[in-house]
Write a new protein. Structure first.
Length: 80
């Protein structure tokens, strides 16, 4: 899986685990809904570090906590 796909899955998993709607997350995090929709639709192929920081902050976690998931293990990611 690509980094973008892993990022999308992690984002969706956290929304589900915490029972947060996309609307509420957008409102609370101040991240535009269009940006979040691009994540959910898989249009975010290479998320920037700034976006990782923003999303992690929206979940009240550090970017390291966001990335500390088996989905981001190197054996699960394609780098091409």
């Amino acid at each position: 899986m690509t980094l973008g796909e892993a990022f999308t899955k992690r984002f969706m998993n956290l929304l589900c685990e915490r029972k947060i709607s996309l609307y509420k997350f957008a409102k609370d995090s101040c991240i535009p809904r269009s940006t979040l929709n691009n994540i959910l639709l898989g249009n975010t192929k290479s998320p920037t570090l700034a976006l990782v920081y923003q999303v992690a902050d929206g979940f009240n976690m550090s970017y390291l906590e966001f990335l500390d998931d088996p989905i981001f293990n190197s054996e699960n990611l394609d780098y091409m």
